[in-house]
Design a protein around this ligand. Sequence first.
Ligand code: C2E
Ligand code: CA
Ligand code: CA
Length: 754
Amino acid sequence: MDWLGLQLFAALPTSGQILLDCQHEPFLVSLAYVVVCAASFATLDMAERQSHSENPSARRQWRVLGACCLSGGIWAMHFISMLAFRAPLEIHYDVALTGLSLLLALFAAWLAMNSLDRRDMRPRHYLQAATCIGLGITLMHYVGMAALQTSAQQYYQTSLLLASLGIAIAASLVALLMARYFRNGSGTLHLVMKYGASLLMAAGIVGTHFTGMAAMTLVIPQGASLSLPTSDNSLQLGLTIACITLLISASSISAALADKKLQSKEHDLRRVSVLLSQLDQARVSLQQAAHYDALTNLINRRGFNQVFAERLADHAANESMLAVMFLDIDHFKRINDSLGHAAGDDLLKVIADHIKAATRSQDLVARFGGDEFCIVTSLNNRDEARHLALRIMQRMKDPIDLGGRRMVMTTSIGISIYPDDGRNTEELLKNADLALYQSKGCGRNNLNFFNTGLRTRATLELQLEEELRVALLEERGLCVHYQPIFDLHTGQVAKLEALVRWQHPQHGLLGPDRFIGIAEANGLIADLDLWVLRRACEDLAQLNRHGYANLKVTVNCSALTLGREELPADVEMALLLAGLAPWQLELEVTENALMGDIHRVINLLKRIRGQGVALSIDDFGTGYSSLAYLKRLPLDVLKIDRSFIQDVPASQKDREIVQAIIMMAHTLHLQVVTEGVETVEQHEFLAAHGCDYLQGYLLSRPVPLADLRPVLERLDRQDSDFIACADTAVPGSPDLFADSPGYRAGASIARRGH
Ligand code: C2E
Ligand code: CA
Ligand code: CA
């Protein structure tokens, strides 16, 4: 077959002269290989860049550059190799065909770069692309060979021709695979492998060329004249083409390198900006967590401090008023203790909603932790603060369904006003807290404004706390007074209630109301109660030795003391040290002390009662205990609170309540003590309705141990006119006693009785 003057798939002619003296110049062959190696490396680089560019126009640029590098490399290799070809002939090149061969090389290279741009390459795609590229390269080679114009004719051996095509296709396939593989990766190993791949690719291309050359036999036709080569400038030409191609490859590689650096910088920048935005987000959520309370979504103390400082600055600028309200949920601890913390949390959420609903949108509402809330509101006058506080208190009384129960909560509020009660956050919060303390102190479910008296009291309390600590430590100043409890059945004093007093060096004799609260708030109460317990036991032992063998002593026990596991052991030790029998001691606990963890409390009380010590429930009717509670508790005595007897017998309602309590207690097999009995009428009423014991100023006020004997003797005379002698029974503090209306009433009735 004659194709562009080439004899393909044709047998050698029978006539003519075969040129055997054909060689290749080794230097130029090596140069051709170097050139194609550089071009292969550059092409792999371009392919890598092409795949890393996100911009479509940049991808196109790299594709064009890659195609130029590869086609230039292949073509230059071919051309230099041809220049290396030495035959005893004069050789010319057909420019048009040479140009066409260059175009074919360009086409094959473009095809290669194009297939590398595919996102998803399957084996089928590789084979198709490799076949096309291989065909293109082979075509380029044979067109290039056709451009060779000599007096000889080119005959091609079929097997080697096909082998050259096979090598071209195989080389293209390997090149595609490698180019694909080297798109990603970095480091020295990657670079070394890329060098190896370039050498291999170049070897494939050179292999195609030289297999094609091996397939060629030059035959000088019969009768043709043999023109020998005249001048040989092939070395200069080869070097020039090599230089140009190498220059193109080198500049492409440097462009790729620069782009790579730029892209990695861009990438770094993008990463930095992503990191920065992530950091920003983290900061925002951290700030959210740091400034907001997760449970109620209200701002927390930290957030409050920040916002409040800004509000204060605003109000300072226009000299307007501001109220700071401290809010504490009454007896919240009981909910936590009895219904669990999850219920407590639910309750706090509802309460937060109640507060929000009662306030205006511009008011600042914060949760400081636990059941403490703080509200800041702008005002025109003090009354606005009072109205808001009342609104909150009212709202708080809306029934709340919690854990299958319906409950009503109340709240105590303390208010301080800017600028009257303080000009900075700290001062205003402290003063609102003092006002809250006052609200809690006067029975809760209350609101109070700050006043300077509170500050004076707080300072005094602080001082008292210090002094009480010392007094307890040095056992100095504290003493116990005893108030008789009269048995209505025997007509004799059966028990003495131990009531603590503090002989203060400056303030004189202080009653427990002045310092029990301080002791409870500062962790001193357990020591104080224990001290009273021991002293009471010792004093009763002394009375025993003086002939009062049947007396019992009752000792008050605070809720906090009841929380101590060591209490049964302390009681046992106090009895042992004083040498008393357990039946001679009775512990008085208030209803509220029995709330909280009821199982634990019952367990503790049972241990104490198991020792033989009696237990009484104090101030009955003022707390929250239910009948169900009472039934479960291991009790012996119930003390009706003074408030129920105050208006007896005048108030019919109170008379009925007292009667009902006595009946209920007896049903539960509890003995009944009524405290605060101040008049004979009260005495008579209680005696008539089955009360077991009486305690009150009518019989005697609490007196020191030293003054107790005459009181006991008087009361034990079992004479109803003991009341007449009441005034002689108070030698300790006649003023105090004389001031008591109960005393006056009792005394006048007694006198009438005479
Ligand atoms: P309480 O246990 O209810 O004690 C009875 C209080 O009522 C005593 O006040 C007593 O003086 C007073 N009182 C008795 N009869 C009458 C009366 O006819 N009319 C009036 N108006 N009052 C009467 P006191 O001694 O001031 O004690 C107050 C509270 O302090 C006690 O109430 C008790 O809860 C607590 N307390 C006293 N001593 C101790 C103690 O050692 N430990 C603990 N934890 N608390 C104590
Ligand atoms: Ca008591
Ligand atoms: Ca009481």
